[in-house]
Design a protein around this ligand. Structure first.
Ligand code: BES
Ligand code: MN
Ligand code: ZN
Length: 491
C-alpha cells in the first residue's frame, strides 16, 4: 500500500507519530525543527559521527515531544540544498522509517534554492516514495516497510499539491522498476504487452497490440527478425494519450527486449542474468504514459514499443541475413547481439510515418555508452539541436543525468555494407555513436532524440532514492518533456 503524504498545522512537539524528522545543516548547524533537540542529543550526534551531510540520519531520544522518537536528517550546507538533495532527504527518512508507521517532519520549512515550496514538496515526496521502494514479489518472508503516512508540518495548500504530484510521478517510476525487475521467465513479449494493456485500461490510454500477421502487414521487419528465434513470439505495442484540444503529438519509443541472450552471437554467461533489464526503455515509456492524464498533460503522446526475446535457436535470425524495413532501407545483420537498433528502427520508421511532431527513444543500447559515461549518466544524441536541447533541459530539471554525444557524419561509412544499405554494427570503437547513427537513418526528417540508458537503467547498490536493481530512469524526463512540450522549429 502506498505511503500517504499530507500536510498538518500541528506544532512539531505535539505531533503524535512514531518518528519526528527534523533537519540539521552541515557542521550540525541549526536546521528546521532542530530547536527541539536537547543538549544531550547534540553530544550524542557529535559522538556518533553525524556531520549533517545531505541524507545522513540519526535517531535520538528527546523529552517533551509527543513523537516516540526523533530522527535527525542532514541537510548539508545551509542555502545549498537543491531539488536532488531534497529527494535524498525524503529517501533517507523513508529508509529510516521502514519499521515505523507514521512520520511527521519539519524539513520542508526550508525551500531549496531555485525552487518554490510546491517544487520542494514534490521533490521530497518523490524521495519518500522512491527511497521506500522494495521488490518483494519473490520473497517468501518479505520484510515489507510498514511506513504508511508522512505528514509535512506547517505545509501550505501549495505544498499539499506538490506532495500529490511527487507521489504520482514517483509511483510511475516505481511501476517502471517493477517491470524491469520482473524476471524474463514471467515476462514474455506477450505478457509485457498484456501488462501494458492493463496499465492503459487503468490510466485512460488507448492500447493496440500487434502480433503475427499484423506485424507483417505493418512491415515491422526488425521486430519479426529478432523475435523469430524465441518460442515466445514478438509483439508491438502502440499506446496513445489523446487529451482534448491537443495541438501537437510527441512520440515515445522504448526498447523492449525482454531478454537479450545475444542470439547466435551469444553473450557470455557471466552477467547474462542482467539482460532481463533490456526492456528498461519500454518500461519507462509505459510507466510515464500511465500518469499523463493524472498530471493533466496537454500534449498528445503516442508510445511505440517493439517487444522481442533475443534467443539462439534453429529458427533464429542469422548473421548475414538481410532485413528489409518499411521505409525500404535494407540492413545486413553482422551481429545478432546488436538487436536493439534493429527493433527500434521499426518503431522510429513507424512514428515518422505517423507524422509525430518530435520523438525520443530510450534504449539500453550499448556497452560502449557505459564505457564512455559510466553507470549513472545516459548518452544523449539526436538529429535536431533545438530538440536535443529541450530533452537535455528536461532531464536537467528533474535531475536525471544525461550528457550529449555526437553523431559524426564521418562515421556513417563504418556502417556501410557490401550487399545492403547498411550493416548493424560499426567498427571496434565509438559503439554508442555508430548505434546512434544507425537509428538516425530511420528518423527521417522528424526531430528525434536518443537516450542510451544502458548505464543508469540498473543500479548495483542502494544509493539515495535509487534502489538496487531497475532504476526506472527516463520516466521523470519523459513526463517533464510531455508536460512542457514545445514543437521544435525547422532544423
Ligand atoms: N542490451 C545490450 C546492451 C547492454 C549491455 C545493456 C550491458 C546493458 C548492459 C545490447 O543489445 C548489446 O548487446 N549491445 C552490444 C552491441 C555490439 C554487439 C555492437 C554491445 O554493446 O556490446
Ligand atoms: Mn544485444
Ligand atoms: Zn540488447
Amino acid at each position: 500500500m502506498p505511503v500517504k503524504l499530507s500536510v498538518s498545522q500541528t506544532a512539531p512537539a505535539r505531533a503524535r507519530v512514531d518518528l519526528l524528522a527534523v533537519g540539521l545543516h552541515a557542521g550540525r548547524k541549526p536546521g528546521p525543527g532542530s530547536d527541539l533537540l536537547t543538549k544531550g542529543s547534540a553530544a550524542l550526534l557529535e559522538a556518533s559521527g553525524f556531520t549533517g551531510e545531505v541524507g545522513q540520519t540519526a535517531v535520538v531520544a528527546v523529552e517533551g515531544v509527543a513523537a516516540r522518537a526523533v530522527v535527525v536528517v542532514g541537510l548539508g550546507d545551509k542555502g545549498k540544498l537543491d531539488a536532488d538533495g531534497m529527494r535524498r532527504v525524503g529517501a533517507a527518512i523513508a529508509r529510516q522509517a521502514k519499521r515505523a508507521k507514521t512520520v511527521a517532519t519539519t524539513v520542508l520549512d526550508i525551500v531549496p534554492r531555485g525552487l518554490d515550496a510546491g517544487d520542494a514538496a514534490q521533490a521530497f515526496a518523490e524521495g519518500v516514495v522512491l527511497g521506500g521502494y522494495q521488490f518483494l514479489k519473490f520473497k517468501s518472508d518479505p520484510k515489507r516497510s510498514t511506513l504508511a503516512s508522512v505528514v509535512v508540518l506547517g505545509g501550505s495548500a501549495k505544498v499539499a499539491a506538490g506532495l500529490a504530484a511527487g507521489a504520482t510521478v514517483a509511483g510511475a517510476v516505481c511501476a517502471a522498476r517493477d517491470l524491469v525487475n520482473e524476471p524474463a521467465g514471467t515476462q514474455s513479449p506477450a505478457q509485457f504487452a498484456a501488462e501494458a494493456q492493463r496499465v492503459a485500461r487503468r490510466s485512460g490510454l488507448k492500447c493496440t497490440v500487434f502480433s503475427g500477421p499484423q506485424l507483417e502487414r505493418l512491415r515491422l521487419a526488425g521486430t519479426i527478425a529478432v523475435g523469430q528465434g524465441s518460442s515466445r513470439s514478438p509483439r508491438f505495442v502502440k499506446l496513445e494519450y489523446a487529451p482534448r484540444g491537443a495541438r501537437h503529438t510527441l512520440g515515445f519509443v522504448g526498447k523492449g527486449v525482454v531478454f537479450d541472450s545475444g542470439g547466435l552471437s551469444l553473450k557470455p554467461s557471466n552477467g547474462m542474468e542482467q539482460m532481463k533489464t533490456d526492456m528498461s526503455g519500454a518500461a519507462a515509456v509505459v510507466s510515464a504514459m500511465s500518469v499523463l492524464a493524472a498530471l493533466d498533460v496537454r500534449t498528445r503522446v503516442v508510445g511505440y514499443i517493439p517487444l522481442v526475446e533475443n534467443m539462439p535457436s534453429g529458427t533464429a535470425y542469422r548473421l548475414g541475413d538481410v532485413i528489409r524495413y518499411r521505409n525500404d532501407k535494407t540492413v545486413e545483420v553482422m551481429n545478432t547481439d546488436a538487436e536493439g537498433r534493429l527493433i527500434l528502427a521499426d518503431a522510429l520508421a513507424l512514428a515518422a510515418a505517423d507524422g509525430v511532431d518530435a520523438m525520443i527513444d530510450l534504449a539500453t543500447l550499448t556497452g560502449a555508452c557505459m564505457v564512455a559515461l559510466g553507470n549513472q549518466i545516459a548518452g544523449l544524441m539526436g538529429n535536431h539541436e533545438g530538440w536535443v536541447g529541450q530533452v537535455r533541459a528536461c532531464a536537467d530539471r528533474v535531475g536525471e543525468k544525461v550528457w550529449p554525444l555526437p553523431l559524426p557524419k564521418e562515421y556513417r561509412r563504418l556502417l556501410d555494407s557490401e550487399i545492403a544499405d547498411m550493416k548493424n554494427i560499426g567498427g571496434p570503437h565509438g559503439g554508442a555513436l555508430t548505434a546512434g547513427l544507425f537509428l538516425q537513418e530511420f528518423a527521417g526528417d522528424v526531430p528525434w532524440a536518443h537516450l542510451d540508458i544502458a548505464g543508469p537503467s540498473r543500479a548495483e547498490a542502494d544509493n539515495g532514492f535509487v534502489a538496487r536493481g531497475g532504476t526506472g530512469v527516463g520516466v521523470r524526463t519523459l513526463i517533464e518533456l510531455a508536460s512542457g512540450f514545445r514543437k521544435p522549429g525547422r532544423a
